[in-house]
Design a protein around this ligand. Sequence first.
Ligand code: A2P
Length: 351
Amino acid sequence: MKKVCSLIWLTFIAISYFCRGLQSVSEIPNFPLNNGKKIPSIGYGTWMANGQDLENALEVALEDGYRYIDTAFLYGNEKVVGKVLNRWITDGKLKREDLYILTKLPPSGNRPEGVSKYLKKSLENLQLDYVDMYLIHVPFAFNEIGDNLFPFHSNKTINMDSSTDLKAIWKEMEKQVDAGLTKGIGLSNYNETQIKKVLEYSRIKPCTLQIELHPYLQQNKLVEFCKKNEILVIAYSPLGSPGLTKFFENFQKKIDRPDILGDSTLKAIAAKYSKTTAQVLLRFFTQNGIVPIPKSTNPSRIKMNIEIFDFQLNDQEMNEIKALDKGQRLLNFSELFDGIDKHPEYPFKSQ
Ligand code: A2P
C-alpha cells in the first residue's frame, strides 16, 4: 500500500512538474505578424556564441521556454543550432511547429542568385525543411570570395560589391516564400528610405525589421514607421551588448561602450520590482510591441532574461526609459568592415 501511495505521489509530482513546464512556455505571449503567423515576444539571440558553449546554452534556453531562436549564416553557428533543434525534435520534446527559427542572408550572398543558394545552405546547417523568417542581414554586399564570409583586401579594407540591387534581391526573397523554404521574409539594418522602396515594389511585404535597439538608441522614428506599416521590430543588442568590447578586441580594436545595465534610472526601476536592470529593459521592449533577442550563455542569466512576464512597467517608468535615448549607436559596421560606409546602400550615411 505504501509503495502504491508513493508511486501515485511521484506520478502526481511528475505530472504537475510537466504541466508547470507547459504553463511557463504558454505564458510567453506572441505578437502577430503581417503574414498571418505569430512570433514569440522574446527570442534567444546567438550572435557571438558558438561550439559547446552555445550547445549547452541552447539546451538551457529551450528548457526555460525560449522558442524563438535567432541565428544567421554569418554567425557561423547554424550547425550547432541545428544539432540541438534536431535532438529536441527527434526526442519528441518539441515539434517543429513549436519553434520559431530565424536566420539571415549573409552580405557575401547579397545578390539575386545568392538568395536561394544561401537559404538552402542555412536549411542544411539547421537540419530543417523551412525557416520561419529569413532576413536580408544588411543592405550592403561583399564580393563572394570562395567560402570567405569576411573578404578583406590586403590593405585591410573590405572587398565590397557595389552593384547591389535591393529590388532584385527582394524579388528572389519572395520566391523563397513561394517555394515554402521560409514562412516569412524581412529586413535587417535597413534605413527608412530603403524600407519605403521595398514597400513600393514588394508583392510580399517584409514582416520584420531587425535593428540595434537599447535605451541609448531607441530609433523612435524608424520604429513608428514600422508600426504604421505593420512591420514588427526585433531589437538586437537590447542590453547594450556588454560582450561587444571583448568581441572587438578579437579584431585588435577598441570601442567606447557605455554601461547601459548600470544606468541609475534603470537600477531604480529594477529595485522597485526586485528585478534586474536587464529584465526591466527586456520588459520595456516587449511592452512596447518590440521583440528583444538577448544573448547569453550563462544559465542563470538565460533564465532571468525570460522571466519578464510577471510584472508591468507603468507609464511613468516607460517614459523615464524613453527619456534615456541619446541616439548612441554601438555598431555601425564601418568599425568592423573598413570602407563599407562608401557602399551605395550603406544604411547609416546621414547619422
Ligand atoms: P553572458 O553570455 O555571459 O550572459 P546583447 O544581447 O545586448 O548583445 O547582450 C549580450 C551580452 O550581455 C553578453 O555578453 C551576455 O553575457 C550579457 N548578458 C546577457 N544577459 C545578461 C544579463 N541578464 N545581465 C548581464 N549581462 C547579460
